[in-house]
Design a protein around this ligand. Structure first.
Ligand SMILES: [Zn+2]
Ligand SMILES: [Zn+2]
Length: 335
């Protein structure tokens, strides 16, 4: 009897203590199984924030915010024939990116003062850099031609994305021009300020295929008199013997100061007044006017665009091209 009572007591203890514990255990979520560590897909690195610029579109008279790399497609499209060698297009893309960032207020630049509201750069080629709306390009050309040109230019910009030119760690003034005509010009011949080490004149053997390599422009004595001698009455008969003399040459061997009769002009002034392609000129008196013989097209400083094309055709890559025209510089990535 006592034995039976003990068994009954034990049975009750088991029911009272163990059942609730079992119930609690059943109510718990199953403990997570410890799996062998699976190789997790690495999180994709966040895309670096693209650089935005404030761009004054002179065609719309409007300042727009634009992705720098997208903007550069329009610059390369406008500034260089898209049929140029791919390495030349890449050199142009890196020069244009550097030129833009050097001006941008984001990088401490002065911005563009041609705009009605604060902007980094404008699309006036005589003020900042030319730019062509890729959509307009598509409208002006056949679809196949526009696609082909745009694809080449886009490839050049993408292949060099983020790359800029620096001298001693600072962005350079990456100026460029169409054709130097055989010798580039030093920056101090065109702009005020002392010499810039990476913008000194050099012999360029690569641009002789340019249509501007050698040009002749005949300016009638009448036009010459109107443009240069407004206040000086020179009898038409003596214009044919009009005395001209180069008083000063630039470091790049171009016309620095020209004396015309009693007046003195800077070479770049003569270029503007007479609409000559460059300040690298000589002249001959002809019966009906002065025949100007010019070398090249543009100010002649920095990268020679036709030269870049010629250098690329001779096997140079864009880095070699840029270090030739901007000696002593390096290419780095912007952050
Ligand atoms: Zn501007
Ligand atoms: Zn050249």
């Amino acid at each position: 009897m006592i034995r039976n009572a003990a068994i009954l007591f034990l049975g009750i203890v088991v029911i009272v203590i163990c059942l609730p514990a079992a119930a609690v255990s059943i109510g718990r979520p199953p403990s997570p199984r410890i799996e062998p560590e699976a190789e997790e897909e690495p999180e994709p690195a966040p895309e670096p924030e693209s650089i935005k610029i404030r761009f004054y579109r002179t065609d719309l008279d409007e300042v727009v915010t634009m992705d720098l790399e997208e903007y550069l497609v329009g610059v390369v499209l406008a500034e260089m024939p898209s049929s140029f060698e791919m390495e030349a297009l890449k050199a142009q893309a890196v020069a244009a990116r550097t030129y833009t960032l050097k001006r941008s207020r984001l990088m401490g630049g002065q911005g563009c003062d041609n705009s009605p509201e604060p902007a980094d750069i404008c699309s006036d080629s005589t003020h900042c850099q030319a730019w062509l709306d890729p959509q307009k390009k598509a409208m002006d050309s056949s679809a196949a031609e526009a696609d082909h040109d745009l694809a080449r230019v886009r490839a050049a910009v993408e292949a060099t994305a983020g790359e800029v030119i620096v001298y001693e760690g600072h962005l350079i003034e990456a100026v460029y021009h169409s054709t130097c005509g055989g010798r580039t010009e030093s920056s101090q011949a065109i702009w005020s300020g002392g010499p810039t080490p990476y913008l000194q004149d050099l012999i360029c053997p690569y641009c002789s295929h340019s249509p501007y390599y050698r040009r002749e422009t005949l300016i009638s004595y009448e036009t010459l008199g109107e443009a240069l001698l407004k206040d000086v009455a020179i009898p038409a008969a003596t214009m044919a013997q009009l005395p001209l003399a180069v008083l000063e040459e630039t470091p790049g061997g171009r016309v620095g100061i020209l004396q015309v009769s009693e007046s003195k002009f800077e070479g770049k002034e003569i270029r503007t007044l007479l609409g000559l392609p460059s300040t690298a000129f000589t002249w001959e008196h002809r019966e009906d006017g002065l025949l100007f013989k010019t070398h090249g097209h543009g100010h002649g400083v920095g990268l020679c665009q036709y030269g870049a094309d010629g250098a690329a055709a001779s096997g140079k890559n864009y880095r070699q091209i840029l270090s030739f025209y901007y000696p002593g510089t390096d290419i780095i990535f912007t952050k």
